[in-house]
Design a protein around this ligand. Sequence first.
Ligand SMILES: [Zn+2]
Ligand SMILES: [Zn+2]
Length: 73
Amino acid sequence: MLKMKPKCETCSTALPHEAEAFICSYECTFCQTCSENTQYICPNCDGELVRRPTRMRGVLDVATTQLKRKILG
Ligand SMILES: [Zn+2]
Ligand SMILES: [Zn+2]
């Protein structure tokens, strides 16, 4: 499960859930400025940085939606 990290790993800028942030596949988290500085490459693992979803839905919520889709077609 994706964890939401509250700050940039490079400059420690606070990154609340609704803030623009970038993550790699290992969930390293960076602010937009630091991501631009590294050309959207994670400095920790050389992975590609992608935009973090601004609002994560709970696991249960997602499961419920998937189930509803299955039942209702
Ligand atoms: Zn930063
Ligand atoms: Zn990384």
